[in-house]
Design a protein around this ligand. Structure first.
Ligand SMILES: [Zn+2]
Ligand SMILES: [Zn+2]
Length: 271
C-alpha cells in the first residue's frame, strides 16, 4: 500500500488550499508521509503559476512549523518543483521535482501546460507546424532539466501529451518522438533520477491515464529506473488521486517499490 504523496500545491502558488489544509486532508486519508512541492519562482510563470520571488522563505518556514506541529502523526517534507529557469536555491528544500512547463523558441516563451491553444501556437510559430520537432525540443529540455535543478524526481515526463485528447495529438510511436523520449529516459536513468507516475491531468479531466504513457514504464524498468507515485494535487480532494491505477501500472511493470531518497538521504519508498 502507498501511504504517501510527494507532489502537491498550495495557495503559495496555484493550489486551492493552504499547507495546513493539505496536511489535515492527508491525515484524514491515512497518509504517513506528505511532500508539498510548491512551484519555485519562475519568471515566465509569474504571477499565476508559481510562488512570488519573495515567498520561498515564508513557504519553507510554514512547512517547517507544520512538520513540528504534526510530528509523530505524519512526516511532512518541504519540496519544490523547479524548471531550468526557476530562481530558487534547491539546497533549501528536502527534495526537488524537475519539471518542464514551457519552451522558449525564437525569443518567445510558450507554456506547454496551460491550454491546447498555447501548445498549438508553440508548434505553429516555433516549429513551423511540426509537432514532432516540438516534441524533440521538449524532451531535450526534460533530459537537461533534472541535472540543471539537481532534482531527485522527474516531473510529469511526457507533459506535452496533456492535450492529446483535446486536439493536440502525438503518436508516441512516431520515430522522431520515440527517439527523443528514449534518449531522455536513458539520460535521466544514467543520472539516477526517479520517474513520477503522475495523475494530475487525470484529476483535472485532461487525460484518462497517468504520465508517463504506459509504454515507457517497461523501458524505464529495463534501464534500472525507479518510480514514485504522485498526484500533483492542486486541490485537497485530489491527494492520491488515481493511485490504484498508478500502483497497478507499477506492479504490472515489475517495480517492487515506489518512492525515492530525498536530498538528505532519507528513504521514502513504500509499496
Ligand atoms: Zn508541473
Ligand atoms: Zn506540480
Amino acid at each position: 500500500m502507498i501511504h504517501s504523496d510527494f507532489h502537491c500545491h498550495t495557495t503559495y502558488a496555484d493550489g486551492c488550499h493552504t499547507p495546513a489544509q493539505m496536511v489535515k486532508a492527508a491525515l484524514d486519508r491515512g497518509l504517513t508521509t506528505l511532500g508539498i512541492s510548491e512551484h519555485a519562482f519562475t519568471p515566465p510563470d509569474a504571477p499565476d503559476f508559481c510562488m512570488a520571488a519573495d515567498k520561498g522563505g515564508a513557504y519553507r518556514a510554514e512547512i517547517a512549523a507544520l512538520a513540528r506541529q504534526y510530528a509523530g502523526r505524519i512526516t511532512l517534507l518541504c519540496g519544490v518543483e523547479m524548471d531550468v529557469d526557476s530562481r530558487d536555491d534547491p539546497t533549501l528544500y528536502d527534495y526537488v521535482i524537475g519539471s518542464v512547463h514551457h519552451l522558449t523558441v525564437n525569443g518567445r516563451t510558450y507554456n506547454v501546460d496551460a491550454t491546447p491553444q498555447e501548445a498549438q501556437a508553440c508548434i505553429d510559430e516555433g516549429f513551423g507546424g511540426d509537432r514532432y520537432a516540438y516534441a524533440e525540443a521538449y524532451f531535450a529540455r526534460v533530459a537537461d532539466e533534472t541535472a540543471a535543478t539537481g532534482a531527485q524526481i522527474v516531473g510529469h515526463f511526457d507533459l506535452l501529451t496533456k492535450f492529446t485528447e483535446r486536439g493536440v495529438p502525438f503518436d508516441p510511436d512516431h520515430p522522431t518522438y520515440r527517439k527523443a523520449a528514449l534518449a531522455a529516459l536513458e539520460k535521466l536513468a544514467a543520472q539516477g533520477q526517479v520517474l513520477e507516475i503522475n495523475t494530475g491531468a487525470m484529476a483535472r479531466g485532461w487525460r484518462q491515464m497517468p504520465y508517463p504513457d504506459a509504454r515507457w514504464l517497461p523501458v524505464w524498468r529495463e534501464l534500472g529506473g525507479a518510480v514514485v507515485l504522485t498526484s500533483d494535487a492542486h486541490h485537497l480532494d485530489h491527494l492520491q488521486y488515481g493511485f490504484d491505477v498508478s500502483l497497478h501500472l507499477a506492479q504490472t511493470n515489475g517495480f517492487t517499490t515506489a518512492g525515492f531518497t530525498d536530498r538528505l538521504g532519507r528513504d521514502h519508498r513504500q509499496y
